[in-house]
Write a protein that binds this ligand. Structure first.
Ligand code: PEP
Ligand code: MG
Length: 583
């Protein structure tokens, strides 16, 4: 039966394909479909892993010293019993045989189901058994991973060709760095239960130019593995089991979108200036060094935001050392051929978890917690390592340092002190760097916007992070779908704040850009031009769409009409002023 689910549109376009459900635990293990005919061999792998764990537990039990606490033996007995219960292997074996899931994926799918059932139990003793089941399953997963043949690399993750048709990922939630891992696998769409329009997962989905809808609440429960889906990334709609007529209508829309993209390419080489000859700078936001190639190809005149934290977020790897970071930063600098590259220092915390740097202080998971520069200043050695790597890259081109989430003078002072220290360390080592490297601040906390002269006096450039500026001004978590409807870039407080920042920076002659998602939204281009913005930084996939708007805009006209928009605080009044501005 055809039905539609609604969520938040984050990445436009239409995707048509079959659902591939990814469980939370399954994100941590390799997941792929096994070849037809290999079901028995895969089932044997699972049974072998069970047997191996049975032997391990028996050995542990036997080897217990005489004075070991009694609980130890009881604990191993419970684990032995869980393992011996045929029910634990039964469903995964069925998943292997009927759906051709690989053994680890099948086991984690079953584990998730069991854990969910246990979470509904009130009894504390039984609830505790959930942990035992998890531990046993994890032992089996470890044994599976140890089997050479199952030790899959990322490149062996499920790929669309395995499914035989275009595949659409459906998940409860996807962490930003997991999303990035999917980049190499060319899925045609994403649907998640959680997430907001400017959550980092949404930003990465957009950067992959893949239609995505987030915040669809119960999608991962209502959609079944293998269901046909249409994702309308423009309107935030997911159609499950579409009929033939709907399918052909969506295919037509898909075709129209492809033609429009082709037509846009004609703008690649034209100058970026308005009808009244105001030159506008278009820069790119990137998450991975290799994205720089496409940024240049599409006419970006620099990288306005390199989100360096994506180098630090891979769960499986230790944090990159100075040399590794230097190589990555240098790669971007080289690819940009002398154009500026703003390397934003690590911004982990909130919805971006850190990788496996075991003994590091925890980042905060709240957007108000230990995030970005706050975290870097609690880990000065890691921060200095990153600063040295950026400085070394500055010997090869225009690498610049950009600091996220500053609000306090003492944070600014400490940051600038550490930059000087990093320079001294390189000097002592005799390593090359640009001593006059430019240092910029992101303005993304309202407090910073309200004391802008402090920043103007201490930095070489400013970049407004509207994603966070909106989040913190309106007090809504940008990753929480429950308050997504309150995420409003048109709120008069936001527009006035933006105007004030841009105006003060222009008067002080300090470069100012916007690098939040607003800059890449073509429906906002004329508004931002009216607010006085001339430097826009966005994901490269948006460059030509925004350029098209700029080529049609008349800045002097927009500037003459912006006053009425800023003054309007009543919704009807604002709507009228905006309509006049954009007409
Ligand atoms: C922003 O906050 O607008 C920004 C560009 O940074 P991020 O989205 O990475 O927080
Ligand atoms: Mg930010």
């Amino acid at each position: 039966m055809t039905f539609a689910l609604h969520g938040i549109a984050v990445s436009k376009g239409i995707a048509i394909g079959k659902a591939v459900l990814i469980s939370r635990a399954a994100l941590e293990v390799s997941h792929y479909l096994i070849e037809a005919g290999k079901e028995d061999a895969e089932a044997k792998k699972l049974l072998d892993a069970f047997e191996q764990v049975r032997l391990e537990l028996a050995q542990l039990r036997q080897g217990l010293p005489k004075d070991a606490p009694q609980e130890m033996a009881a604990f191993l007995d419970v684990h032995g019993m869980i393992l011996a219960d045929p029910a634990l292997a039964e469903k995964p074996l069925k998943l292997i045989r009927t759906q051709r899931l690989n053994a680890a994926w099948a086991l984690t799918t079953e584990l998730n189901d069991l854990l969910e059932q246990f979470s509904e139990i009130e009894d504390a003793y039984l609830k505790e058994r959930a942990n035992d089941i998890r531990q046993v399953a994890e032992r089996v997963l470890k044994a599976l991973n140890a089997q050479k043949k199952d030790a899959l690399s990322d490149s062996e993750l499920l790929s669309p060709s395995d499914v035989g048709v275009d595949a659409i990922i459906v998940a409860h939630d996807i962490a930003p760095h997991d999303m990035l891992r999917f980049k190499e696998h060319a899925f045609t769409g994403f649907v998640t239960d959680l997430g907001g329009k400017t959550s980092h997962t949404a930003i990465v989905a957009r950067s992959m130019e893949i239609p995505a809808v987030v915040g669809v609440r119960h999608a991962s429960e209502m959609i079944r593995h293998g269901d046909w889906l249409v994702i309308d990334g423009e309107h935030g709609v997911v159609v499950v089991a579409p009929d033939e007529q709907l399918l052909s209508e969506y295919r037509l829309l898909q075709e129209q979108a492809t033609q429009e993209t082709r037509k846009l390419q004609e703008l690649k080489h034209s100058r970026t200036s308005t009808v009244d000859h105001v030159a506008i700078e278009l820069l790119a936001n990137i998450e991975l060094p290799e994205d720089a190639t496409q940024a240049v190809e599409l006419g970006a005149i620099g990288v306005g935001l390199f989100r360096s934290e994506f180098l630090f977020m891979d769960r499986k790897q230790a944090l990159p050392d100075e040399e590794q970071q230097y190589q990555e930063y240098r790669r971007v600098v080289d690819l940009m051929h002398g154009l500026p590259v703003n390397i934003r220092t690590i911004d982990v915390g909130a919805d971006k978890a850190l990788g496996s740097g075991s003994d590091l202080s925890e980042t905060g998971t709240s957007p108000l917690g230990l995030r970005a520069i706050r975290w870097s200043l609690t880990e000065p050695e890691i921060f200095l390592t990153q600063l040295r790597a950026i400085l070394r890259a500055s010997a090869h081109g225009q690498a610049r340092i950009m600091i996220p989430m500053l609000a306090h003078v003492k944070e600014i002072d400490e940051t600038l002190r550490l930059i000087e220290k990093a320079k001294q360390q390189l000097h002592q080592r005799g390593q090359a760097f640009n001593p006059n490297i430019q240092v910029g601040a992101m303005i993304e906390i309202p407090a910073a916007a309200l004391v802008l002269p402090l920043f103007i006096n201490r930095f070489d450039f400013l970049s407004i992070g509207t994603n966070d500026l909106i989040q913190y001004t309106l007090a809504i978590d940008r990753a929480d779908h429950a308050v997504a409807h309150l995420y409003d870039p048109y709120h008069p407080a936001i527009l006035n704040l933006l105007f004030s920042i841009i105006d003060q920076a222009k008067r002080a002659n300090i470069p100012v850009a916007v690098c939040g998602e607003m800059a890449g939204d073509p429906s906002m281009t004329r508004l931002l031009l009216g607010l006085g913005l001339t430097d826009f930084s966005m994901h490269f996939s948006q460059l030509l769409l925004v350029k098209r708007e700029i080529l049609k805009a008349d800045v002097s006209l927009l500037r003459s009409r912006i006053g009425a928009v800023l003054k309007a605080i009543e919704p009807a009044e604002q709507a009228e002023a905006l309509e006049k501005l954009l007409s």
